[in-house]
Design a protein around this ligand. Structure first.
Ligand code: ADP
Length: 321
């Protein structure tokens, strides 16, 4: 298998702070890896090392097979970077920004112009192409920043919190653009504080905490690892809750809990086949149900299991930044 990104024992210190404490990761080509983690976990440092912006203190990192220390120039030719490093010049128009980057990348003038126009169209910025970037909304600026990272046709794209602060509509637009890039064969590594972003977009997720990878896998693998699946039942009539609870206890061996939603009973199950027995018992007891499901735990539970923090705390920390 060819890996677009590979790291072994990657270490980065800032004085006494160990920002990366031995990161081992391998990201196959053409996939989206979401790097999740609480504030200060080392996500941005990881991206900055891979993008050759800072040098690691120990370990190995390769991008597209090239070592970030020995083949810095080759790595830079392969990658695009967007997010918290806003490459956009406020005083230039959208078109001029992209043209400038094309020229800095030494594209011939005609190619730089064509690439700028193509990207403006793709990111639906053609109407605003002639306006200074300072007049752009947050979402437009983010799209321009993303477009800027693509001028050099990168095969590996690093995005540091690409959708933080965007409204849900713009976020889903950015997600669509990223999916299209992956269809074209681009490998994307993004850091995010939004679990739903990782869940919707990523083929693989790495959770980083205190500079270490504490969990790594597909979203489904991580959910399975985080714990048992849950059986959820919502009777049509709340008067039936005790009867349903007793059936669930009989069949799973654990008394169900009702959380914030008082009409829904939930209990862990190890064997999803229990569901057919549940259905038979509910029918025999003549209890109509509105909802009946076996669910994987959410990424929120994954996060709690591997980091000891709730993701809501993570999002809160993020919003307080
Ligand atoms: P994240 O992106 O997950 O929020 P960072 O990679 O920004 O985390 O930071 C990881 C740790 O390294 C934090 O403790 C942070 O304070 C520290 N750090 C990051 N960059 C620097 C720097 N340039 N100088 C000193 N400390 C830094």
């Amino acid at each position: 298998m060819s890996y677009a990104i590979e790291t072994e024992g990657l270490v980065k210190r800032f004085g006494a702070t160990v920002a990366l404490d031995g990161v081992d990761l391998a990201v196959p080509s053409g996939c989206v890896l979401a790097v999740l983690g609480p504030n200060g976990a080392g996500k941005s440092t990881f991206v900055r090392v891979l993008a050759t912006l800072i040098r690691p203190d120990a370990g190995v990192a390769r991008v597209g097979g090239h070592d970030v220390l020995r083949d810095q120039q080759r790595v830079r030719e392969l990658i695009g970077l967007a997010g918290q490093y806003a490459s956009v010049d406020e005083e230039l128009t959208g078109y001029e920004n992209l043209l400038l980057i094309g020229r800095l990348l030494e594209l011939p003038r005609a190619d730089a112009r064509a690439r700028a126009r193509e990207l403006l169209a793709r990111f639906e910025l053609d109407d605003a192409a002639g306006r200074p970037a300072s007049t752009y909304s947050g979402g437009m600026r983010r799209r321009l920043d993303l477009a800027a990272s693509l001028v050099g046709r990168p095969s590996v794209l690093f995005l540091d919190e690409p959708t933080t602060g965007l409204d849900p509509h713009v976020r889903s637009e950015v997600w669509k653009l990223l999916r299209d890039l992956v269809t074209d064969g681009v490998t994307v590594l993004l850091t995010t504080q939004y679990l739903d972003e990782a869940d919707h977009l990523a083929h693989r997720i790495a959770v980083i905490d205190h500079g270490r990878v504490v969990a790594d896998g597909t979203p489904a693998e991580l959910k399975v690892r985080a714990g048992a699946q849950r059986l959820e039942i919502r009777p049509v009539d709340r008067a039936h809750l005790p009867a349903v609870a007793s059936i669930m206890t009989d069949l799973t061996g654990a008394a169900p809990a009702s959380g914030t939603d008082p009409g829904l009973l939930t209990t862990p199950v190890t064997d999803p086949a229990v569901i057919s027995a549940v259905v038979r018992r509910l029918e025999a007891a003549r209890v109509p149900v509105q909802e009946l499901a076996v669910r994987l735990p959410g990424l929120d539970e994954v996060f709690l299991a591997v980091t000891g923090h709730r993701a809501a705390e993570l999002e809160l920390e993020g919003s307080l930044r």
